[in-house]
Design a protein around this ligand. Structure first.
Ligand code: ADP
Ligand code: ZN
Ligand code: ZN
Length: 665
C-alpha cells in the first residue's frame, strides 16, 4: 500500500501526486487529509495525503517521515471539491486544496482563551423574537424552497425581487428550516463591510449560531470561528466569497446575495466563481443554492429555471424617479445644467447629494459630443480603447486598430473628444458651483487605508458633508435617509468599456445608484447624464426594468455568440520582456489552433488573438491576451491544459488562465 502525497511547496506543485511508502509505525494512523513530512531530493517537504494505492508509479519509493496533523485538514468531500476546482479552473491541485482548507493550513495551537473571547463577542447581539407574517409571494417562494430542503435536493433557486421586497426574510426562514433538520447554512454577501444591516439582522434573528467572517479578522480569530463551525456549535456562516470554505457541519443551504457582483470571482489563482463552486458543493452535500437579486446576471437569469419572484416592495414604497439628461445638448463641463440646478436646490434644502462616477477612468475612449457616436470593433462589437503609446484606437479582443479620425463618421462634426474623467475633476466643478458646500471624495485612493471605508461612510451619514463624490464603491450598501439627490455623472463610461459585459455592468451600477436616493420618508431624485440616452441599458435602468434590459441584452449576446450562448477562456501572457512574452503568446495561439483540428473542442471553438491586452502594460509587464470562445467548456479546458503542458514557458513570462472570466482587461 502506498500513500499519494501532494506537496505544498509551490515549486513542486505539479498537477500530480507523488507515491510514498508507509513505514510500519504510521500504518494505522495515516489518513486522507493529514499534513505530513516527506523527503524530497535532499530536503524535507510538507505534503498532504490525498489517497492510497496498491501500486506506485515509480519503482523506488521513499518513506513518509512523520505526521504533522493527526486530525485531517480536509475530508473526502473537500478533496473532491478541490479536484473539481483544479480541473474546472485549470489550476494546480495544491492551489485548490489550499483554497478549500483555508485557515487550517498553517498548523498552530488555539488556546482556550481565544475560544472564550469569540464566544463573548457573539452574545453582545440582541436577539429579536419578532418574526413578521410572510406576504403571499414570500410564502409561495418559501414553499418551493422548503420542499427542496426537505427532500435534500441539490436545486438552485433564483429569488428575484427588488431591494425591500423581502428576500432576506425568505433567506432567514429557509435557513431556519435547514437548522431544524440539524444541518448548516452559508450566506455570502459581496462585501461584508458594506452590509452591516445584513449582519445585524442575522445575528438579531439567530444570535450565537451565526459566525461572521470578514477580512479584518486575524488569522487566529478566523480559525477559532472555523473551529466552532466545524464542531457544529455555530450553524450559520456569513461572509464574503471565501466564507464558502468554512467547514460547516452538514451543509444544507448556500445563499448568495447579489450574485452578479464581480467580487464573487477570485482574481488570483484559483480563479473560481463562488456561484459555480457553490453549485458543486450543493451536489456533493445535497444542499440547495439560493441566488437572490433584483438584477441577476444574464447567465443566471437564463440558466436558472427555478425563478421565484417577489414582485412587490413590502412597504409599497415607490422606486425613485429617474431623469435622463442628454449630454449632447450641453455645452461645457461634466455637470449638466439640470444636475447643477438640482444640486443647488438640494444644498439649499440642507439635504444630501451623491455624485457618482462610473469608474476611475483608467482607459480613454473617443466620443462624438454632437451625436454620441463612439468607436467599436466591427467584428467584436466592443468599444475601441485609445492607446496613448502608438496613438491608435484598438480592439481589446482582436487585431483590429485604426487611426483616430478627425471628424465623426456619423455626423461629420469635429467634436470628437477623448474621455476618461476622474473624481477630482468633478470635485473642482462642484466647488466652483457651490463654494460653501462641504464636499467629500470617496474613491480607491481615499479609502485605501484599512478601516477608513466605514469612517468615510460615517462622516457622510452623520451629515458632516453635503455632497459625496465617488466611484462605484458608493453604489452599494449606502443607506442614508437625507440623501435625496443622486447624479450619475458619466453613465456612458461604463458602456464604452471594451468588454462584452459593458452594458450589463452599466445597467447594474445605474440600478444600484438609483436605489440610493429617497429610501426613507424624503422623496428622491436621480439624474443620469448620458451621451447615449437611448441606449437600452440606460433606458431600462431609468425605468427600473430588468426584464426589458435582459431581453435586449440576450439578443445581443446571441447574435455575437457571447455567454450564455458560448463559454470563454482567456489566457493572459505577460512579462517584462515584451518581445519574449509576445513570442510565447504567438506560440500558444498556434498550439491552441493546431489542437482545435482534432477532438471535440473543434466543434465551433475559436481562438482569437493574441492581441495586446486592453491594459497592455501594467507595472512594467507587457500583457498579451488570447481568447477562446466555444460551446464545449470541458473540451476547451482540456485543450488549454494540454497546450500548457506541451509549452515551455520561460520563468520570466507568466501565463494566467481564466476560465469564464469576468473582466476582459
Ligand atoms: P430585501 O432583502 O429584498 O431587501 P428585506 O427582507 O430586507 O428585503 O425586507 C425589507 C424590509 O421589510 C425589512 O425591514 C424587513 O424587516 C421587512 N419585512 C420583510 N418581510 C416582511 C413581512 N412579511 N412583513 C413585514 N415586514 C417585512
Ligand atoms: Zn457625431
Ligand atoms: Zn475586434
Amino acid at each position: 500500500m502506498y500513500a499519494q502525497v501532494l506537496l505544498a511547496n509551490p515549486a513542486r506543485s505539479t498537477r500530480k501526486a507523488f507515491s510514498y511508502s508507509i513505514p510500519d509505525h504510521l500504518k494505522d494512523k495515516l489518513q486522507v487529509g493529514q499534513q505530513i513530512i516527506v523527503p524530497f531530493g535532499k530536503r524535507k517537504d510538507v505534503g498532504f495525503v490525498v489517497g492510497f494505492a496498491e501500486t506506485a508509479e515509480v519503482e523506488k519509493t521513499r518513506d513518509i517521515l512523520e505526521i504533522v496533523s493527526e486530525e485531517p485538514l480536509f475530508d473526502e468531500k473537500q478533496l473532491e471539491l478541490a479536484k473539481w476546482i483544479a480541473e474546472y479552473y485549470c489550476c494546480f491541485l495544491m492551489a485548490a486544496v489550499k483554497l478549500v482548507i483555508g485557515t487550517r493550513f498553517e498548523n498552530s495551537n488555539i488556546r482556550k482563551s481565544d475560544i472564550q473571547a469569540s464566544r463573548i463577542s457573539a452574545v453582545e447581539y440582541q436577539i429579536s423574537n419578532i418574526v413578521p407574517k410572510l406576504t403571499f409571494y414570500q410564502e409561495k417562494a418559501l414553499v418551493e424552497i422548503n420542499k427542496a430542503i426537505e427532500k435534500k435536493q441539490a436545486d438552485t433557486f433564483l429569488l428575484y425581487g427588488v431591494t425591500g421586497s423581502g428576500k432576506t426574510e425568505v433567506y432567514m426562514r429557509a435557513i431556519a428550516k435547514v437548522l431544524e433538520l440539524g444541518r448548516s447554512a452559508i450566506v455570502l454577501v459581496p462585501e461584508i463591510a458594506l452590509t452591516p444591516q445584513m449582519v445585524e439582522r442575522f445575528t438579531g434573528r439567530f444570535g450565537e449560531q451565526v459566525a461572521v467572517v470578514h477580512s479584518q479578522m486575524t488569522l487566529k480569530q478566523r480559525r477559532v470561528a472555523g473551529d466552532l463551525v466545524a464542531k457544529g456549535e455555530k450553524r450559520i456562516v456569513l461572509g464574503a466569497r471565501s466564507a464558502l470554505f468554512v467547514p460547516v457541519k452538514d451543509l444544507g443551504i448556500v445563499v448568495i446575495d447579489e450574485e452578479f457582483e464581480g467580487s464573487y470571482k477570485q482574481d488570483k489563482s484559483p480563479r473560481y466563481h463562488a456561484r459555480e463552486v457553490a453549485k458543486k458543493m450543493g451536489e456533493l452535500h445535497s444542499a440547495i443554492l439560493v441566488l437572490g437579486s433584483a438584477t441577476p446576471s444574464i447567465e443566471t437569469f437564463y440558466e436558472t429555471s427555478n425563478r421565484l419572484s417577489l414582485p412587490e416592495r413590502i412597504n409599497q414604497q415607490p422606486l425613485p424617479e429617474v431623469e435622463i439628461v442628454d449630454m449632447r445638448k450641453e455645452k461645457a463641463g461634466v455637470l449638466s445644467r439640470r444636475l447643477k440646478e438640482l444640486l443647488v436646490e438640494t444644498f439649499e434644502k440642507k439635504e444630501q447629494a451623491i455624485l457618482f462616477l462610473n469608474r476611475r477612468g483608467f482607459f480613454t475612449f473617443l466620443l462624438c459630443q454632437m451625436c454620441g457616436f463612439s468607436f467599436a470593433c466591427p467584428t467584436c462589437s466592443v468599444s475601441l480603447a485609445y492607446d496613448h503609446k502608438d496613438k491608435k484606437l484598438r480592439c481589446g479582443h482582436c487585431e483590429y486598430k485604426i487611426d483616430p479620425p478627425r471628424s465623426c463618421p456619423q455626423c461629420n462634426s469635429e467634436s470628437l473628444r477623448f474621455f476618461g474623467t476622474g473624481t477630482q475633476r468633478i470635485e473642482q466643478e462642484v466647488s466652483k458651483l457651490l463654494p460653501k458646500a462641504r464636499i467629500m471624495r470617496y474613491d480607491r485612493d481615499t479609502v485605501s487605508k484599512r478601516g477608513s471605508h466605514e469612517k468615510l461612510f460615517r462622516i457622510f451619514s452623520d451629515g458632516e458633508a453635503d455632497i459625496l463624490i465617488g466611484t462605484q464603491m458608493i453604489a452599494k450598501g449606502l443607506d442614508i435617509p437625507s440623501v435625496t439627490l443622486v447624479g450619475a455623472v458619466s453613465a456612458d463610461i461604463g458602456l464604452q468599456f471594451p468588454d462584452f459585459r459593458s452594458a450589463e455592468t452599466t445597467f447594474h451600477l445605474l440600478t444600484q445608484v438609483a436605489g440610493r436616493a429617497g429610501r426613507h420618508h424624503l422623496p428622491g431624485k436621480v439624474v443620469i447624464q448620458s451621451y447615449t440616452p437611448d441606449h437600452y441599458a440606460i433606458q431600462a435602468a431609468a425605468k427600473h426594468d430588468y426584464e426589458s434590459f435582459y431581453n435586449q441584452e440576450l439578443k445581443y449576446r446571441e447574435e455575437l455568440g457571447y455567454p450564455p450562448f458560448s463559454k470563454l477562456i482567456t489566457l493572459v501572457i505577460s512579462g517584462k520582456n515584451g518581445a519574449k512574452a509576445s513570442k510565447i503568446a504567438d506560440d500558444l495561439a498556434v498550439f491552441l489552433r493546431n489542437g482545435l483540428g482534432t477532438g471535440d473542442s473543434g466543434l465551433g471553438t475559436r481562438v482569437l488573438g493574441p492581441v495586446p491586452a486592453v491594459l497592455s502594460k501594467i507595472r512594467g509587464d507587457y500583457r498579451y491576451r488570447i481568447l477562446l470562445k466555444g460551446k464545449n467548456l470541458p473540451a476547451m479546458r482540456e485543450l488549454v491544459c494540454e497546450t500548457m503542458e506541451k509549452t515551455v514557458v520561460p520563468t520570466d513570462v507568466r501565463v494566467i488562465i481564466d476560465v469564464e472570466p469576468m473582466g476582459m482587461m
